[in-house]
Design a protein around this ligand. Structure first.
Ligand SMILES: Cc1cc2nc3c(=O)[nH]c(=O)nc-3n(C[C@H](O)[C@H](O)[C@H](O)COP(=O)(O)OP(=O)(O)OC[C@H]3O[C@@H](n4cnc5c(N)ncnc54)[C@H](O)[C@@H]3O)c2cc1C
Length: 221
């Protein structure tokens, strides 16, 4: 279960994500002195009723209930980050989104005849990589480019869609399992000390490498 919210709160000092004991939380400074914050934990809220068709319905999560549950989860431990508690204290149901996270199984095809899958329809993944919308835009970009190459010739449509599928299927297969693994790691209840020690080590290594070699941010070609 995940919660995402935008609340009018004092700006958090900088972007941070906290991984706890079966839950995670993050704060990101936003324009206008606002803070974007999110939390995630396992929950029964918004579950399907027995016998409900899981392919045709996505049960809504009651935001008020979700906020109450989240506050209970996050107030249970004394070592919580103050900015997370502050965001939760100031949140209102009107300014908060609460969602159940659904993943899609890997699909063998993205194209069937003239039907094309893009975005979450093609590769719905957990939000932990922060890549779902990025990949949806990449799908749209590649599809538009390939359609443009047909120059309106219907005979070139099939090959164009086949090229779209060939270019986008690797990401559609590769990223959801990585995002899932990240979610499992972030929300782990067992092996937390080993996880935190490993991450601290990786963080130090990354810091050292970026100090000695400098950091480069890839830009779109
Ligand atoms: C909590 C959370 C945090 C996230 N954070 C990030 C992030 O930091 N970075 C990132 O890149 N991604 C993030 N994502 C993922 C991102 O939101 C999705 O991957 C992205 O919105 C997918 O876009 P989409 O257009 O494919 O689908 P959607 O955004 O779901 O759009 C589909 C649209 O189709 C409409 N629709 C559905 N059925 C029908 C129908 N039958 N007829 C007509 N319309 C219909 C829906 O109402 C909806 O408007 C996050 C997701 C969540 C839940």
């Amino acid at each position: 279960m995940a919660r995402a919210a935008r609340a009018a709160r004092p700006t958090a000092p900088r972007r941070r994500e906290y991984w706890g004991h079966g839950d995670l939380a993050g704060v990101v400074p936003a324009p206008g002195g606002r803070t974007y914050w999110f939390t995630s934990h396992a929950s029964d809220l918004g579950s399907w009723a027995d016998g409900e068709d899981r392919w045709r319905s996505s049960p809504a999560v009651d935001v008020t209930e979700a906020l109450e549950e989240t506050r209970r989860v996050f107030s249970a431990r004394p070592d919580r980050a103050p900015e997370v508690l502050d965001a939760l204290a100031g949140a209102t149901p009107e300014s908060t989104l609460a969602q159940r996270i659904l993943e899609a199984p890997p699909l063998p095809r993205l194209v069937h005849g003239r039907a094309v899958l893009v975005g979450d329809a093609a590769h719905a993944m957990t939000p932990n990589l922060g890549r779902g919308a990025c990949e949806a835009m990449a799908d749209a970009h590649v599809l538009a480019r390939e359609l443009g190459r047909t120059e309106g010739d219907p005979a070139r449509l099939g090959p164009a869609l086949a090229r779209y599928e060939a270019r986008r299927l690797p990401a559609a297969w590769a990223l959801p399992p990585v995002s899932h693994l990240l979610m499992r790691t972030a929300l782990a209840r067992r092996g937390r000390r080993a996880r935190d020690a490993t991450l601290r080590g990786v963080g130090r290594l990354v810091g050292l490498v970026s100090l000695t070699r400098g950091c480069a941010t890839p830009s779109p070609s």
